[in-house]
Design a protein around this ligand. Structure first.
Ligand code: HEM
Length: 491
């Protein structure tokens, strides 16, 4: 009996070694397995991905392969060489399988194999041309209503105190939801459940929820599916709305009702999880950098002085199409400092990766490739002087136009920030997002007095669990007080 157990154990050990032992072959990137069999660097990477990748970059350079929970991940950190992965025309990389796994893990959503391409084809026109104009106008109206109505019961001189993150997320979520989803009744309940779900989402994606949290996330998910689904799936929402069109698209794809509901939750998260946190970081930087606040206010003052009637000004139409290089620079600088996207691909056939410096590396089929733009290029000191500092004019030329030329190794970079992802899965809503954030910040600054409760407060640190999930979120909040201005708009 003991002998059999011993033999079995030996066999298992040999299998483990066979499956976890890998040596670097000719022309492959440097290989770093870590000390723990199979797991490799998984724990260090999970604890602080930026620190881990920076350590590996110091050790191996701009390309290396690490073992992470049984997978071999080639990390590419030279932004001049991203193109060979992002715009590969040899069909060597695939992102649908990885995305499918994530959707299953987070939303319990299973879609047909060709679905991502069809969805993208359906989605793109909704965020372009006349449709985009319609969305921007609708967002403008909802933002104005949501923000001003929340003050209807207050006297003009009354200060309100709140966490800035909560303030930005709730206003932008409500207005964004009303713009795309158009079911007016339940927005407060949906926002409340959404925040619970969003808080636990990174842990859910990494399968690291505690028992109690598993229950919480399941309850929130169930409640959200209930709140989101019935009216639209019965065809009761407004015709021609984005949501109505989405339901039709899902039906044409032959997706069953259960999966349709889950797909709605995915879209709710994709379209609403980034703008609020982005506005929070931008306003945090403005409130803690008086020279930046003054620069943006001066730009708004100039724009307002060009407007004819107060009615026009009131509805924020003046924000549309106006040239705002100072604001654009501040937004770019905010996104550079606070977006952390993981761009992942699966290598589906052996591939020779050509680096910009002329070196070639062999990538093995079945491995993964990871780009992590937060570290490189966004935090690269060769591209950005003092990269961890907020500088409001970093993206401004001397002649006050938006700066688009950044260099590394003496060569101009094509991609110097990648807040929207890249390649086939780049954010479809990016133009809408920029206008939305601009509308929100301009509305807030022209209609409200806003100040820090404690002028010495610092911008809160990042919540480490959000790295790799797009817009980062704060660990804590920034307390602010605000009140309606006596006359609006005014700055
Ligand atoms: C600052 C705000 C935003 C940031 C930083 C951002 C960032 C991103 C990123 C990084 C992705 C790619 C995810 C991936 O690789 O799978 C993405 C996808 C997407 N975003 Fe955004 N986003 C923002 C706001 C918005 C808004 C406001 C909308 C629409 C209302 C939107 C709609 C979408 C959609 C539909 C996709 C999925 C594209 C696809 O699957 O092909 N985003 N976004």
């Amino acid at each position: 009996m003991l002998g059999t157990a011993f033999l079995l154990l030996n066999g298992l050990l040999i299998l483990l070694l066979l499956f976890t032992f890998r040596t670097r072959k000719k022309n492959e990137p440097p290989l770093d397995l870590g000390f723990i069999p199979w797991l490799g660097h998984a724990l260090e990477m999970r604890n602080d991905v930026t620190k881990f990748l920076a350590r590996m970059k110091d050790k191996h350079g701009d390309i290396f392969t690490v073992r992470v929970a049984g997978l071999y991940v080639t990390v590419l950190l030279d932004p001049h060489s991203f193109d060979d992965v992002l715009n590969d025309n040899t069909n060597s990389f695939d992102s649908t399988h990885i995305r499918g796994q994530l959707l299953k893990q987070i939303f319990n959503l299973q879609l047909p194999g060709n679905y991502p391409t069809s969805e993208r084809k359906w989605m793109e026109p909704h965020f372009q041309g006349l449709n985009l104009d319609r969305l921007k106008t609708s967002m403008n109206i909802h933002l104005t209503n949501v923000m001003l109505k929340s003050f209807e019961s207050c006297s003009p001189s009354e200060w309100r105190e709140e966490g800035l993150f909560e303030l930005c997320y709730s206003f932008l979520f409500r207005a964004g939801y009303l713009t795309l989803f158009e079911m007016k009744d339940d927005v407060a309940a949906i926002y409340e459940e959404f925040r619970k779900f969003d808080n636990l989402l990174p842990k859910l994606a990494r399968s690291s929820l505690k028992q109690e949290e598993k229950k919480m996330v399941a309850t929130s998910q169930e409640r959200l599916l209930e709140l989101l689904s019935p009216k639209c799936l019965n065809g009761e929402s407004e015709a021609n709305s984005w949501q109505q069109s989405y339901v039709q698209f899902l039906q044409q794809q032959g997706i069953d009702v259960d999966m349709q509901k889950k797909a709605h939750l995915l879209q709710l998260w994709t379209t609403q999880c980034n703008a609020g946190p982005a506005a929070f970081w931008l306003l945090s930087f403005l409130l803690t950098h008086p020279e930046a606040m003054e620069a943006v206010k001066s730009e708004i003052r100039d724009l307002l002085s060009l407007q004819d009637t107060s009615l026009q000004r009131h509805h924020l139409n003046w924000v549309e199409g106006a040239s705002t290089p100072v604001f654009d620079s501040i937004l770019n600088e905010t996104l550079r400092l606070t977006t952390s996207v993981s761009i992942r691909r699966e290598v589906v056939q052996d591939k020779i990766l050509r680096m910009a410096n002329g070196k070639e590396y062999r990538l093995r089929r079945g491995d993964r490739v990871l780009l992590f733009p937060f570290l490189s290029p966004q935090m690269d000191p060769e591209i950005y002087e003092e990269p961890e500092m907020f500088k409001h004019d970093r993206f401004l030329n001397k002649d006050k136009t938006v700066k688009k030329e950044f260099f590394k190794d003496g060569k101009q970079l094509k991609d110097y920030i990648l807040p929207w992802g890249a390649g086939k899965s780049i954010c479809v809503g990016r133009k809408f997002a920029v206008t939305t954030i601009k509308q929100f910040v301009f509305l807030l600054l022209t209609h409200f007095d806003l100040e820090l409760c404690n002028p010495d407060t610092k911008v809160p640190p990042f919540n480490q669990s959000r790295f790799g999930f797009g817009m980062l979120q704060p660990d804590g909040d920034l307390q602010v007080r605000f009140r309606l201005k006596r006359t609006q708009p005014e700055i």
